[in-house]
Design a protein around this ligand. Structure first.
Ligand SMILES: NC(=O)C1=CN([C@@H]2O[C@H](COP(=O)(O)OP(=O)(O)OC[C@H]3O[C@@H](n4cnc5c(N)ncnc54)[C@H](O)[C@@H]3O)[C@@H](O)[C@H]2O)C=CC1
Ligand SMILES: O=C(O)CCC(=O)C(=O)O
Length: 413
């Protein structure tokens, strides 16, 4: 099922549970604005190459729209639309004063040099600068982008509008303490909130992680620091396993030492190579997808052996897989809650930039834990009211908050 159909289906199930009026339901589903731009840049050898960039602004009933920018070959309007919609429900679940948006460029960042990536980012910013803004739409990193990308956007945007640090979040560490780690650390705080219900702790569980980029590395590091055993990980280059637990600091150092920090886990000596397709169905307590959407589907769901799935990636579980996994009794912590740590710390960064005042990292992480724990309690309350699973608990929570804000603001033009 494509990403948009899957996301719409979850939204519609929540709308039905909440008994939303059909006109309100339709209005919440249609994006506020869809932007599609051509981005042509000269390559380093002087030849021209054109890419298509998107920014889909889904909803702003609760505040400025917010969400990452993805550089990936599979970026297309349906995928970005689904991701933008998920941001609307996610910011509402986290109860931060934002709506939802997402952007992306259909490109493979690994095939572009640093200077080509900079030119592409600047051209994209020139094309969208008058439609984003501190109180309008605030981008951040996602797959294939990082703090450097955000610094270029800030610089380019500021040429048009004056210095505007709060126009993007996830900026380099000098401007944003804690944001780089936030999604992965938030995933671990979310897991701890879930485990509290089951009397479990990170240190007595085994973990399998798909994707070893921003989210996967920080989740793995935080799990390792708490005594959890990461027994298999994968990235675009392949998958590795070690039933005694992978030495995560060693793997991070290995990845950093290869290719100036852009390395992969390929060739890491203290683990066995495994089939990446086997990784998702590997025997473990907790499976954490941290890469692409739709990786758990009707082809592999029946074979999943994990007891818990923590959705660090956006929409990693197809609705068909959701049904199969639920019937097997596997507990799924849904994306719009599990990976909300990133946007929550983005919110802290935005607040600090607007105030011109910087928090220390201890405060950032303390507040992050508070927000993640509170949101879990709010989701559980919805599960109890509507007698539903955690995904519908999170969706009904998010959709209800956005629907209430929409109705309070009124319909008149
Ligand atoms: N960066 C952030 O703050 C947030 C990211 N997310 C979601 O988390 C996921 C990962 O994002 P990031 O870590 O930022 O991206 P990233 O670009 O830093 O890392 C992605 C990782 O996935 C790996 N990967 C790509 N294709 C793969 C495949 N077929 N099999 C296994 N691994 C593969 C890459 O090699 C890389 O290790 C995405 O779904 C993103 O939307 C969600 C919330 C916030
Ligand atoms: O930090 C942000 O604003 C957005 C993060 C993001 O794109 C996501 O949560 O999927």
């Amino acid at each position: 099922m494509n990403a948009l159909a899957a996301t719409n289906r979850n939204f519609q199930r929540a709308a039905r549970i909440l008994g939303l009026d059909s006109k309100l339901e339709r209005s919440l589903l249609i994006p506020f604005r869809e932007i599609k731009v051509e981005c042509t840049i000269p390559k380093d050898d002087g030849t021209l190459v054109s890419y298509v960039g998107f920014r889909i602004q889904h909803d702003n009933a609760r505040g400025p729209m917010k969400g990452g920018i993805r550089y990936h070959p599979e970026v297309d309007p349906d995928e970005v639309n689904a991701l933008a919609q998920l941001m609307t429900w996610k910011t509402a679940v986290a109860d931060i004063p934002y709506g939802g948006a997402k952007g992306g460029i259909g490109c493979n960042p690994r095939d572009l040099s640093l200077s080509e990536l900079e030119r592409l980012t600047r051209v994209f910013t020139q094309k969208i600068h008058d439609l984003v803004g501190v109180q309008r739409d605030v981008p951040a990193p996602d797959m294939g982008t990082n703090a450097q990308t955000m610094a270029w956007i800030l610089d380019e945007y500021s040429k048009f509008h004056g210095h505007s640090p709060a126009v993007v979040t996830g900026k380099p560490i000098v401007r944003s303490l804690g944001r780089e780690a936030a999604t992965g650390l938030g995933v671990v705080f979310a897991t701890e909130a879930l485990f509290a219900e089951y009397g479990k702790s990170i240190s007595d569980q085994t973990f399998v992680i798909q994707g070893f980029g921003n989210v996967g590395t920080w989740a793995a590091k935080s799990i390792f620091e708490r005594g959890g055993k990461v027994i298999a990980v994968s990235d675009i280059s392949g998958a590795i396993k070690n039933s005694n637990g992978i030495d995560i600091p060693g793997l991070l150092k290995y990845k950093d030492d290869v290719n100036g920090g852009n390395g992969t886990l390929k060739g890491f000596p203290d683990a066995e190579v495994m089939d990446p397709n086997e990784l998702l169905v590997h025997e473990c307590d907790v499976l954490i997808p941290c890469a692409l959407g739709g990786v758990l589907n009707r082809e592999n769901a029946a074979d999943v052996k994990a007891k818990f799935i923590i959705e660090a990636a956006n929409h990693p579980t197809d609705p068909e897989a959701d049904e199969i996994l639920s019937k097997k009794g596997i507990i799924i912590l849904p994306d719009i809650y599990a990976n909300a740590g990133g946007v929550t710390v983005s919110y802290f960064e935005w607040v600090q930039n607007i105030q011109g005042f910087m928090w220390d990292e201890e405060k950032v992480n303390h507040e992050l834990k508070k927000y993640m724990t509170r949101a879990f309690g709010d989701i559980k309350a919805m599960c109890k009211i509507h007698n539903c699973d955690l995904r519908m608990g999170a969706f009904t929570l998010g959709v209800n908050r956005v629907a209430r804000a929409t109705l309070l603001r009124g319909w008149e033009a």
